[in-house]
Design a protein around this ligand. Structure first.
Ligand SMILES: [Fe+2]
Length: 239
């Protein structure tokens, strides 16, 4: 099965973004792949921009689309009035409307292959974010970290019995900016995440830092498609 991986499309980042993305989805539509994975950060400043983005993607691509949320996907404009629960409810509804599988709640299964995921949240992200200022008032970083823990427990239960395993999460399980320094290697993530992912998956798909890489940790590949604001990128791999 061929997987096309994208991440961090950041809708409405600038006045050009929607034109860039329209072109981007059309380019991808011409590629040879079976499943599209988006590793989060559909939005830039407000979760509400995800809706037109889904519409734009679906007008170009009719293959299975799987996703997790990035940190920007929970952000609010100062004028937005929404709670964490309202945002999550709304996003579930929109994903369902556009037939997009939210991997944080349901895995994708084909024969001996499982593609699962969790949104991913750490108390100390790298690159650092403005999440604390932009999140709804009723949610804290520690609550999101707790949710991650619960999601990981679900992932752990669901992968049982599958030979080929792919995991999707927004944050890289290591500090990708500190690769030259061993002491900084895990600054952005709890080292247990990387240990867990290495031990249980052949492929881990990530985004967030806008850097393209395909790193090997023992028998596990961690793939980031890279791409930057208004300069999205994709990668296709076999699983
Ligand atoms: Fe991000």
């Amino acid at each position: 099965m061929k997987v096309c991986l994208v991440s961090d499309t950041h809708a409405f980042y600038s006045t050009a973004t929607q034109f860039v993305l329209k072109w981007f989805w059309r380019c991808i539509a011409r590629e040879d792949f079976d499943v599209l994975i988006h590793a989060g950060d559909w939005a830039t400043r407000s979760f509400s921009s995800i809706l037109p983005s889904l519409d734009q993607l679906r007008s170009a691509i009719d293959k299975p689309v799987l996703t997790v949320l990035g940190n920007h996907d929970l952000w609010l404009e100062p004028s937005d009035l929404a709670s964490y629960e309202i945002i999550k409810h709304q996003l579930r509804e929109w994903f369902e409307m556009y037939d997009i599988l939210y991997l944080s709640e349901k895995s994708f299964v084909r024969d001996s292959l499982i593609i699962t995921g969790f949104d991913g949240w750490y108390s100390n992200t790298n690159p650092p974010t403005k999440d604390c200022d932009r999140l709804p008032n009723d949610v804290t970083m520690s609550a999101l970290s707790f949710n991650t823990q619960r999601s990981l427990e679900r992932v752990f239960r669901e992968i049982e019995g599958y030979e080929k395993r792919v995991c999707v999460t927004h944050f890289p399980p290591f500090d990708s900016y500190g690769r030259d320094s061993q002491s900084r290697e895990y600054m952005g993530a709890n080292p247990k995440y990387l240990e867990f992912l290495k031990a249980n998956f052949q492929i881990v798909c990530v985004g967030h830092d806008h850097q393209a890489y395909d790193r090997h940790f023992d028998s596990c590949r961690v793939i980031n498609p890279g791409g930057n604001y208004d300069d999205p990128s994709f990668v296709i791999f076999e699983v």
